[in-house]
Design a protein around this ligand. Sequence first.
Ligand code: C5P
Length: 398
Amino acid sequence: MELAGKRIVLGVTGGIAAYKAAELLRLLLKEGASVQVAMTEAATHFVTPVTFQALSGRPVFSDQWDSRVPNNMAHIDLSREADVLLVAPASADFLAKLAHGLADDLLSTLALARACPLLVAPAMNRQMWEHPATCRNIATLRGDGVDILGPGCGDQACGETGLGRMIEPEEILADMVAHFQPKRLAGKRVLLTAGPTFEAIDPVRGITNLSSGKMGYAIARAAREAGAQVTLVSGPVSLPCPQGVTRTAVTSALQMHAAVHHEVAASDVFIAVAAVADYRPAKPIGHKIKKGAQAAPPQIELLQNPDILAEVAALRDPPLCVGFAAESENLAEYAENKRRTKKIPLLVGNLIHDGFGGDDNTLILFDDEGQHPLPSAPKLELARQLVARIASLLEKRR
Ligand code: C5P
């Protein structure tokens, strides 16, 4: 449970996306958070407080003068104990109020009286989002340290398409989880490779491997959650890009090599998770090779691909380099060997049958201080532990 023990005040304002706040509430509760819902009067026209009350098991507040709150100080009491105030959906009107410090109903008063961080998920029509007044308000809120989640792009209730939709409840949940992670890599730039590469033989065939990209994507997410600016150079995988991460999609090892060299000078950390093909066909054929067109089966001449990690590690002023070794046996020996030959400070080893393609993995970290086993756990959990180790190595390098 990612939000165990966290106390969240969920503010719901008036907009059609209010119905999605019920699903968001359910997701937050499932992750172990305790959630107090506060609604604006307008929100109660879209979804009744009973829905949120039934889901959260707590009374829902919308009235500043609610006599159920002892001493009538609801605006202070509700947010005093909270770890975070999350407003989703946040209407254009509510954002305008926040930006100007208005406090004319319970939720806006709660926001003004709070001592905890404020996160808002805007939801409005495309034109309202693009209006100069809303742009000014968003800039003011950002300057005040408010975290703006989204908005997303797509179909709108008014029939238009564009930017302004509330991001999906699952995305807001991911942002909440990220919010509570320690910001160990704040201000750092992290470059990663992930997934397999595909080396074309002809337009439809190629050499590749079974890397799913899940471990690399989990590390990209964990680094982002830790406050880093993350660029992910990804081979062909069918995974969504983690929120807040910049992805460059590549196919072949040579493309991955070029993309890494384009970014590496600006990076503090380079993590090579990709399963890069060691060899590529020397002369990819421009048309589909036809069966039986030649007397003998075709021979494929191979060329060695550049070792991206070793090259980055050999740069004059390299970022902190982290490599991976997926082995089927003799893990410690092969991993230490790889760490020495590639001259990298940290190598992450795993046995292929422990992690390939699955959601869990078992890792061993090899560095100058020896071996550190990370027992079997979900890949995101291991990724967070790896990020903690990387942050402490960065700290030592200073
Ligand atoms: O040399 P080997 O493939 O066993 O080493 C694995 C590590 O090196 C991984 O971190 C992988 O991403 C990286 N690597 C690379 N470029 C290659 C081959 C491997 O960056 N051509």
